[in-house]
Design a protein around this ligand. Structure first.
Ligand SMILES: Cc1cc2nc3c(=O)[nH]c(=O)nc-3n(C[C@H](O)[C@H](O)[C@H](O)COP(=O)(O)O)c2cc1C
Length: 431
C-alpha cells in the first residue's frame, strides 16, 4: 500500500500526463485521513440541482463524485463516444470496459446476449428481468483504449474515470498494464477478478477471484505497483464472497466492487433443443445480470459490508454495489447496506444513459421522505437489522410471549387495580 508520501508523486505523475487548467487542478478532500493511495478527482456540479438541500455527492477513496451512480464496466464504457455521453448525462463516474495487454487474443462471437422476459401470470412476453452475456473483455487494441482514456480526461478533467483491467498470471504483464493505464491519467483502477466466461479458460477473471491463494499473490503484484486507488471486483460464483473480499482488502486494495455476473444458462430452445445464446448450434454458460440478480447482489454486498464493518471498520475502504439497478430505490438499498457507490451496466444498455437523471431524482425522493440530507446520513443504516436465523426464532418467541402476556388479561378479580383499570379491561377484549 502506498504511503502519503507517495501522494506528491501521484500529483506530479498526473500533471505530467494531463495538463489541467488551474481551476481544474486536483484537490484533496479534507476528510482524507488514510495513509494510502487516494484519488485526485474534483467534483463536478450536478446537472439539475434545484433542490440544493439534498446532497448526492460522495467522496470515495479521495475521489469526489457529484452522485454515487457509476457506469459499470461493460458496453456502456466501451469507447470515447459513449463515455463522453455518460459524463454529459451526469454520471458520477465511469468505469471503462475491461482492457488487457493483448486485445488480439480476445475474440467475441455473435449472438452473445440472451434475455429473460416475465410478465403478468408468468407470461414470457413481459419486461426484461434477466440478461445473459457471453461477451469477453474489450476486443479493441489497448493503445486505442489508452489514447481514448487520455482524451477523455483531457476533455473532462474534473470527472472520475476508472479503468478496468485484467491480465494473465504474470507479474510483469500486470505491472506493464498498470503502468500504461495510469499514464493516461485515470483516477482509479478496478480489477476484474470476476468475469465468469471465456477469460477463466486463460486463468483470468473469475479464475483468480475464486482462488484466494492466487488472488493474494496477484493482488500483491498489483498493490506494489499501483499509485491510484484500486477496487477489486468480486465474483458471486463462489460459496463465500467475503473470503476473496477480505484477501483483496488485506493485500492493500482500497475498495471492493460486487457483484459481477452470475454463471448462467439462459435456456434451451424447445424446438431445436439447442442452448441459448446459440452460436453455430452450440453455447457456453454465460454471465447473468439485470433485475433478477438484484436480490442476490444485495445478499453478497450485505455479507461483504458486515465483514468490512467488523474487520476493516477503522480503515477508509470502499464498497461499490452492483446488480440489477434500474431505480433510485434499488440504489438506496445498496447504500443502506453500506455501499459508497452504485454501478449500473445492463440498466444503461436497456434504458440509455439518461436513466441517471431518473436514478438521481428517485434517490432524492427517498432521501426527502426520510429527512436524509446526504448519502452519509443513511449509508449502512439497515445493516444492523441482519442477524442469524437462531436469533430470529428467539426474538419471535419473546414477542409471542409478550403478546400472550398482554392478551391473557387478569387471572382473577382480585388482580384489578384502580390505576391500570382501562388497560386491564382492554387486555381482556377479544380482537
Ligand atoms: C454485456 C455485458 C458485458 C460486461 N462486460 C464486463 C467487463 O468487461 N468487465 C467487467 O468487470 N464487468 C462486465 N460486465 C458485468 C457488469 O459490469 C456488472 O457487474 C453486471 O452486469 C451486474 O450489473 P448489472 O445488473 O447492472 O448489469 C458486463 C455485463 C454485461 C451485461
Amino acid at each position: 500500500m502506498a504511503s502519503l508520501s507517495g501522494l506528491t508523486q501521484q500529483i506530479s505523475n498526473r500533471n505530467s500526463v494531463v495538463e489541467l487548467p488551474m481551476t481544474h487542478r486536483p484537490q484533496l478532500h479534507n476528510s482524507i485521513k488514510k495513509s494510502c493511495r487516494v484519488g485526485l478527482g474534483v467534483m463536478a456540479s450536478e446537472n439539475n440541482t434545484s433542490t440544493s438541500e439534498l446532497d448526492l455527492s460522495v467522496t470515495v477513496n479521495g475521489l469526489k463524485m457529484p452522485n454515487p451512480f457509476v457506469i459499470g464496466s461493460g458496453p456502456p464504457g466501451t469507447n470515447l463516444a459513449v463515455m463522453r455521453k455518460a459524463f454529459d448525462e451526469g454520471w458520477g463516474a465511469v468505469i471503462a470496459k475491461t482492457v488487457s495487454l493483448d486485445a488480439a487474443k480476445v475474440i467475441n462471437v455473435t449472438p452473445r446476449y440472451a434475455k429473460l422476459r416475465a410478465g403478468a401470470n408468468g407470461s414470457t412476453r413481459g419486461e426484461i428481468i434477466g440478461w445473459e452475456n457471453i461477451e469477453l473483455i474489450s476486443d479493441r487494441p489497448l493503445e486505442t483504449m489508452l489514447s481514448e482514456f487520455k482524451q477523455l480526461k483531457k476533455e473532462y478533467p474534473d470527472r472520475i474515470l476508472i479503468a478496468s483491467i485484467m491480465e494473465e498470471y504474470d507479474k510483469a504483464a500486470w505491472h506493464e498494464l498498470i503502468d500504461r493505464v495510469e499514464q493516461t491519467g485515470v483516477d482509479a483502477i478496478e480489477i476484474n477478478f470476476s468475469c465468469p466466461h471465456g477469460m477463466p479458460e486463460r486463468k483470468m477473471g473469475a479464475a483468480v477471484g475464486q482462488d484466494c491463494a492466487l488472488l493474494e499473490e496477484v493482488c500483491g503484484w498489483i498493490n506494489e505497483k499501483a499509485t491510484v486507488p484500486v477496487w477489486a471486483k468480486m465474483t458471486p460464483n463462489i460459496t463465500d464472497i467475503t473470503q476473496p473480499a477480505r484477501v483483496a482488502l488485506r493485500t492493500g486494495c482500497e475498495g471492493v466492487s460486487a457483484i459481477n455476473t452470475i454463471m448462467s444458462v439462459m435456456g434451451i430452445n424447445l424446438d431445436t433443443l439447442r442452448p441459448e445464446p446459440c452460436v453455430e448450434g452450440y453455447s457456453t454458460p454465460g454471465g447473468y445480470s439485470s433485475k433478477a440478480v438484484h436480490p442476490i447482489a444485495l445478499a453478497k454486498v450485505m455479507s461483504i459490508a458486515q465483514m468490512m464493518r467488523s474487520e476493516f471498520g477503522d480503515k477508509d475502504c470502499s464498497l461499490s454495489g452492483i446488480g440489477g439497478v434500474e431505480a433510485g430505490g434499488d440504489a438506496a438499498e445498496f447504500i443502506l447496506l453500506g455501499a459508497d457507490t452504485v454501478q449500473v451496466c445492463t440498466g444503461v444498455m436497456m434504458h440509455g444513459y439518461g436513466i441517471v437523471k431518473k436514478l438521481c431524482s428517485e434517490l432524492k425522493d427517498f432521501m426527502k421522505k426520510h429527512n436524509f440530507s446526504s448519502i452519509d446520513d443513511f449509508k449502512g443504516l439497515s445493516l444492523e437489522y441482519f442477524t442469524t436465523h437462531t436469533d430470529l426464532v428467539k426474538r419471535q418467541q419473546e414477542a409471542i410471549r409478550q403478546r400472550k402476556a398482554i392478551r391473557k388479561g387478569l387471572a382473577s378479580d382480585k388482580d384489578w387495580t384502580g390505576d391500570g383499570f382501562v388497560q386491564e379491561t382492554e387486555s381482556m377484549v377479544s380482537n
